[in-house]
Design a binder for this molecule. Structure first.
Ligand code: C5P
Length: 474
């Protein structure tokens, strides 16, 4: 079957396709496919309806999600001696897992080559506004919008003047004028140019327009013997500023607080190869640990045997039995908040066999059980080191709220997270949870019933409630 080259279509058709695809937020190729499908289904849209859309329609173009979900920057490299540092900037951005697509002005090409920028960014480099290959589907609009941030480095006096006055006579200025993403400029020029009243006016105007700047720094210029403010900020500074704009730091209401969490099941050995266990996956406790860490807490996670990796930035202690867990918990005190999400085995065998138990003609070996220490109750009843906020979990298969309320008396904790673990709920080992938060307020108990949420959402909700109680959040 013959192939269709959109570039070779006549201008009217290309203009129609361009407008229609921009309006629908699709690539031109995708739009052609949709039109063909509509034609086949007998529901094609009349051409005039789309041609009436103003060319300057500002409908947001959905950004192309990068393969790894990494943020994307369109990096405009202006023409100045600092352009060579833009190559290093590409590397610094990629180190931070940011995808980079470069636009080079014609002046930039006097200093560095598109090939170098392409080799470092691993992407095609764009240079011409009237490039047939990229402009057949309004490539400058896509460059402006298929990104999360536009960085201009070096931002020359000329490029900034063009931006301040809305010029669009080359690819870089057209991308900047068409942008609906945040813009970060890294100015670089001779100190006299930087201090020139025209540049001062332009910089002021750009800042008023909401455009961000990093640098310039003071230092020596490329021009022999000249120094002053005008050196482009270092690539590491620009990359940090860009990263800060892409991933602004989250509030840390639990900063300075120490949070202890137990998670997972415990294994109570019967003999060297057998043990008593339960179906807990540890997912809920791990999710709470991650959420507490994200809120800035110093987190200690004491986990029974689970198939989950140690979350970054958290001190994880792996244990087997309830008694091991209790020892690790006691050693982690004092803490500001203790959350007991582990499904601790209630019993262990009185004396663990040192050898594998054998089948004998005498029938089944008697397994005499003894109760495990209740870690939650032990910590809740401590005199000196009782954490200010102790939270227990109640996994119930029936009479959820009543059973959970009864636990306050037995355990002595402050809050109970009650969840239905009947087989029909799919909570044990699953990814979702339905939770009721019971809190003791004097003699009363308040019950907050949350909607069905993922375990991560439950963790976030619990941590934000904790932050409102013991942290800096209000
Ligand atoms: O008594 P029950 O097992 O239903 O209580 C559940 C709560 O008590 C959970 O927070 C669990 O982590 C904690 N617990 C404990 N030590 C035990 C048993 C339960 O910390 N031995």
């Amino acid at each position: 079957m013959a192939s269709l080259t959109i570039r070779k279509l006549d201008d009217t058709l290309k203009a129609y396709l361009r407008l229609r695809s921009a309006k629908n937020g699709r690539s031109v190729e995708e739009e052609v496919r949709v039109i063909l499908r509509e034609l086949a289904d007998g529901r094609a849209e009349p051409a005039e309806a789309v041609a009436a859309v103003p060319a300057a329609s500002s409908a947001p173009v959905p950004r192309a999600a990068s393969a790894a979900g990494e943020p994307r920057i369109t990096l405009i490299i202006g023409g100045g001696i600092a352009a060579y540092k833009a190559l290093d900037l590409i590397r610094r951005l990629k180190e931070r897992h940011i995808q980079v697509r470069c636009v080079l002005t014609s002046a930039a090409r006097q200093f560095i080559t598109p090939l170098a920028a392409s080799a470092l960014s691993h992407e095609r480099v764009y240079t011409d506004l009237f490039d047939a290959e990229s402009e057949f589907d309004a490539g400058h609009i896509r460059l402006a919008r298929e990104c999360d941030l536009i960085v201009v480095a070096p931002a020359t006096a000329d490029l900034m003047a063009k931006m301040a006055h809305g010029h669009a006579d080359d690819l870089a200025s057209a991308v900047l004028l068409a942008a609906n993403r945040p813009i970060l400029l890294a100015p670089a020029m001779n100190p006299l140019m930087w201090n020139n009243p025209a540049t001062r006016r332009n910089v002021l105007q750009l800042r008023r327009d909401g455009i961000h700047t990093v640098g310039p720094n003071a230092g020596e210029m490329a021009e022999a013997g000249e120094a002053g403010v005008g050196r482009m900020a270092e690539p590491t500074e620009i990359a940090a500023a860009a990263d800060h704009m892409l991933r602004p730091p989250q509030p840390r209401p639990l900063a300075g607080k120490r949070v202890l969490i137990t998670a997972g099941p415990t294994h109570e050995a019967i003999d060297p190869v057998r043990y008593i266990a339960n179906r807990s996956s540890g997912k809920q406790g791990f999710a709470i640990a991650v959420a507490a860490r994200a809120a800035g807490a110093d987190v200690v996670l004491v986990s029974g045997p689970v198939e989950l990796h140690d979350p970054a930035g958290i001190s994880v202690m792996r244990v087997e039995s309830a008694r091991d867990m209790l020892h690790r918990v006691e050693a982690a005190l004092p803490v500001d908040v203790a959350i007991f999400a582990a499904a601790v085995a209630d019993w262990r065998v009185v004396s663990e066999g040192t050898q594998k138990l054998k089948k004998t003609s005498a029938g089944m070996p008697p397994l005499q059980l003894v109760e495990n220490p209740d870690i939650l109750a032990t910590i809740s009843k401590l005199k000196d080191k009782r954490p200010p906020l102790v939270i227990g979990f109640a996994a119930e298969t029936e009479h959820l709220i009543d059973n959970a309320k009864a636990k306050f008396a037995r355990k002595g904790c402050d809050w109970i997270v009650a969840n239905d673990v009947s087989p029909a709920s799919g909570v044990m080992g699953g990814d979702r949870n339905t939770v009721h938060l019971l809190a003791r307020e004097g003699k009363d108990v308040t019950v907050d019933s949350w909607p069905v949420m993922t375990k991560e959402e439950v963790a976030a909700a619990l941590v934000s409630r904790i932050a409102r109680t013991v942290g800096t959040a209000s």
